[in-house]
Design a protein around this ligand. Sequence first.
Ligand SMILES: C=C(OP(=O)(O)O)C(=O)O
Ligand SMILES: [Mg+2]
Length: 431
Amino acid sequence: MSTIARVQGREILDSRGNPTVEVDVELSSGHTGRMMVPSGASTGRFEAWELRDGDMNRYRGKGVSKAVAHVNSELAEAIVGQNAFDQELIDRMMISLDGTSNKSRLGANAILGISFAVARAAANAEEKPLYRYLANRYLTGGASLNIPLPMVNIISGGLHAGKKLDVQDFLAVPVGADTYPRALEMLSSVYWKTQEIINERGYVGWLLADEGGFGPSLQSNEEALELLVSAIERAGLRPGEDMAIALDIASSHFYDPGKDTYELQSEGRTLHAGDMIDVLERWCGLYPIVSIEDGLAEDDWNGWRELTLRLGGKLQLVGDDLFTTNPDRIRKGIDGKAANSVLVKMNQIGTLTETVEAVNLAKSAGFSTVISARSGETEDATLADLAVGLAGGQIKIGSLARSSRLSKYNQLLRIGEQLGGAYIGRAALRR
Ligand SMILES: C=C(OP(=O)(O)O)C(=O)O
Ligand SMILES: [Mg+2]
């Protein structure tokens, strides 16, 4: 029997030392499933609500005891006795029990924990790895399974590194690797060459930022781009051919809605959307950039349309805060020709069912997808299985340091072995 017999939530700590939710689900067969819920820092305004204790929601260090209490009472009462294979039914039940449009009453962290713990328990009941269970359930048309192309944080700025730089993520993309293990080897060497250059040039700085990337005190965003290209070259790789660059500008976090301007503080510049696009275009001409996330702010739909018109033909333009993994917002982007790629963060929307809906919607419009971790993570490796099982194409987990990131990178190595080395590589970029 695959009836849900017991649901147990608890508070655990995440990679920033903040409390987060963990959920265990046990079936009447004795099979179990666990999920540890991630947590963002540069959160979008339209995300599902992470319920934290006290009046100051999202305040760092605040507990999640209310969310855990909801797991153990109202939510548990509703789903105990349900069939664990009825994922959609269970997710819809939790959504309607919450009753709000953003899961703020019971907490998206509580709901997500149960949703994925149920899927994990169901996969265990079928004695299948999670990625296989997800693929059998959600991938139609016999799509083949492979390891996604990783984009890996090397240098951090923005809210993840004390705002030393405006741009949040300078990432390396191993476009020239033909296997996933080779991709990791190349990335590791770029990571360490970056540290070597940081030391040589005597930059003062944080050792590691939230996602394990370097957070040196650089003078400008372009200096970080130049540093990354130097590290790629010093690793014996050809910039653009072996190793390309992706950026997460996370521009919602330096956008001033009152003035409708983007405040590039590290460069002392105030820009309108059109000027911001000029800057991005200039960078793309000078550096081997293949992907830009959140180049403009989360509600700057007109700016996004112009950005897509001007750069969308040659570049992947990923919406994170813009879409918040929300099918309604993704539909708006598709209809309005804003962006050509969706960043998928399961806790931005709050259930497995809606995450699948977001991915399928993006794919149906020819948008690429990047399955993404949060800046607050745990040792949970569900993300790796999700990226493979939904044929996500690309994955963004953070840097290669810190176990909260490595649990996923290493899980992809194991899954890769089971898939006979199948790796999507640069084909995932589709342009
Ligand atoms: C992973 C990200 O950051 P956070 O989890 O802080 O939103 C991101 O912006 O893509
Ligand atoms: Mg982002």
